[in-house]
Design a protein around this ligand. Sequence first.
Ligand SMILES: NC(=O)c1ccc[n+]([C@@H]2O[C@H](COP(=O)([O-])OP(=O)(O)OC[C@H]3O[C@@H](n4cnc5c(N)ncnc54)[C@H](OP(=O)(O)O)[C@@H]3O)[C@@H](O)[C@H]2O)c1
Length: 261
Amino acid sequence: MPRPIALVTGASSGIGEHLARRLAERGHDLVLVARDQSRLEALAKELEGEFGGAVQVLPADLTDPEQLQLVEDRCRDRSAPIDMLVNNAGFGSFGAFHTLDLETEVREIQLNVVALVRLTHAGAAEMVSRGTGGILNVSSLAGFQPGPMNATYGATKAFVTSFTEAVHEELLGTGVSVTVLCPGFTRTGFQLAANVPEGEVPGFLWQEADDVAIAGLDALAKNRAIAIPGQLNKVLGAFSSVTPHAITRRLGAAVIKRATH
Ligand SMILES: NC(=O)c1ccc[n+]([C@@H]2O[C@H](COP(=O)([O-])OP(=O)(O)OC[C@H]3O[C@@H](n4cnc5c(N)ncnc54)[C@H](OP(=O)(O)O)[C@@H]3O)[C@@H](O)[C@H]2O)c1
C-alpha cells in the first residue's frame, strides 16, 4: 500500500510544523510548503529519519500568484495524488487599520483567504473525483467576532470559518472530509510577527502548538465541521457565537485598550 500524501502549508514553524510532525507519525508522506526553504529542508530530513517515508519540499510564497500556481498544480498532480490538504499558512497584523501598511493588509488577505480558497478548490476537485480525501483549514477564534486592532485578520478568519463550514456541508457523502480548526492563543512565533504587544495575554489562555495540531487532525479524522481546541476556548467560542456583535466588538475593544495602555 502506498503511504497517503499530505500537503501542509506554513510547515516551516509553529502549528504547521507540528501538523507535519503528527502526520508523519501517523504514516503520511509529506509535501511541505512555506517560504523558508532551509527550515523546510531541515524538517524534511528530520522527519524522514524519524518516521521513514518521503518528504518533499516545495518552497513558495503563497501571496505570489506564480508561486501559488505551482502549489495548486501539485494539488492537481494525479501521478502522486494529495490525500490530505492542510491550509495552515497565515499571518496577522495588529493596530488601528488606518495606521497599518495597506500592502501588508492586502497580502494578509491574499495569504489567509485567496491562497486558501485556490488550494481548497484544487484539492477538493481532485479528491471528490477520487471519492476520498481530507482538507483541514486553519482559522482562528478571532474570526468569531469583529476584532478591533485586528480588523483584517479577524475578517480573514471569519471568511475561512464560514467558507470551510459551507464546503464541509457540500462535500458530505463524497468521501472527502473538511474541517476548520479554530485555535485560540497558541505559543508560536505568530504574535511576534503580528506585532502584538508582549505580556498582554494572560498565561492561562495559551495552548501548545502540538495540542492544537492533534485536535485538528483528530477532528478531521471524524469529519467534524469545526474544531476548537481546549475547554476554555470552546466556552469563549460558544459565548462569541451567541452574543451580539454590538457587545463582543465593544468588549474586545475595551480589553485591547486596557491591555495596551
Ligand atoms: N498562534 C496563534 O495564537 C494562532 C491562533 C489562531 C490561529 N492561528 C493560525 O494558525 C496558523 C499558523 O500560525 P502559527 O501560529 O503557527 O504562526 P507561525 O509560526 O508564524 O507560522 C506561520 C507559517 O505560515 C508561513 N507563511 C507565512 N507567510 C507565508 C507566505 N507568504 N507564503 C507561504 N507561507 C507563509 C510561515 O512560513 P515562512 O515564513 O517560512 O513562509 C510559517 O510556516 C495561521 O493561519 C494562524 O492565523 C494562530
